[in-house]
Design a protein. Sequence first.
Length: 118
Amino acid sequence: MSKFEVIFYEKENGDVPVEDFLKSLDRKMRVKISGIIGVLQEYGTYLREPYSKHLEDGIFELRGKLGNNISRVLYFFCHEGKIILTNGFVKKTQKTPKAEIERAKAYRKDYLERMCGK
């Protein structure tokens, strides 16, 4: 059994941004990202590039690439081995868009307040 648990962040209204993002991807990229999520579940905090990269302030990105298509899923670590996937996007520029990082931070704040009482 894995010591890390991957959880898809769910908004208060029931929307699940990562799930919506994964459904929007073509089948090959969805399979690729799903595989990397499995690797994240197995290795958690030990996962590094090329699969994962720390961006800032405890927000990390999972990195999927197929040909010229690049997708990212942002996440953070929570207590007791929980990994919360917040949002995803198709990468079109060299740098990760600041708006996506800020969205992940806002989702983290919401998650911690609602689920952990912090």
